[in-house]
Design a protein around this ligand. Structure first.
Ligand SMILES: [Zn+2]
Ligand SMILES: [Zn+2]
Length: 94
């Protein structure tokens, strides 16, 4: 619950932070997806618990679009260059 990962591409230097997979929190359940519009990895709300009113299920929180692609859970491809990104767990509750 609430685990945040640092995602880093060794080839092009793209970095972001996210749940890197499925995660569940107060606002619902999020899944990391590739937004084709932003060429970014974004945590997309896939199930709404009802607590959150700001984000919509199945949309990119950055561009509000739905041009999303499932992120390969094994290959972890970079949204910019396709290289496998490094996933480093971060602690956020300390
Ligand atoms: Zn890259
Ligand atoms: Zn987007």
């Amino acid at each position: 619950m609430g685990l945040l990962n640092r995602l880093e591409c060794p080839r092009c230097g793209y970095t972001t932070e996210g749940s890197a997979g499925m995660d569940a929190g107060f606002s619902g359940m999020v899944e990391t997806m590739i937004c084709r519009t932003d060429r970014e990895l974004v945590d997309v709300l896939v199930w709404d618990s009802g607590y959150s009113s700001s984000s919509e299920v199945g949309t990119c929180y950055k561009c509000k679009g739905t041009n999303l692609e499932t992120w390969d859970p094994v290959k972890h491809p970079c949204p910019r260059c396709g290289e496998q990104v490094r996933v480093t767990p971060m602690r956020i509750w300390d």
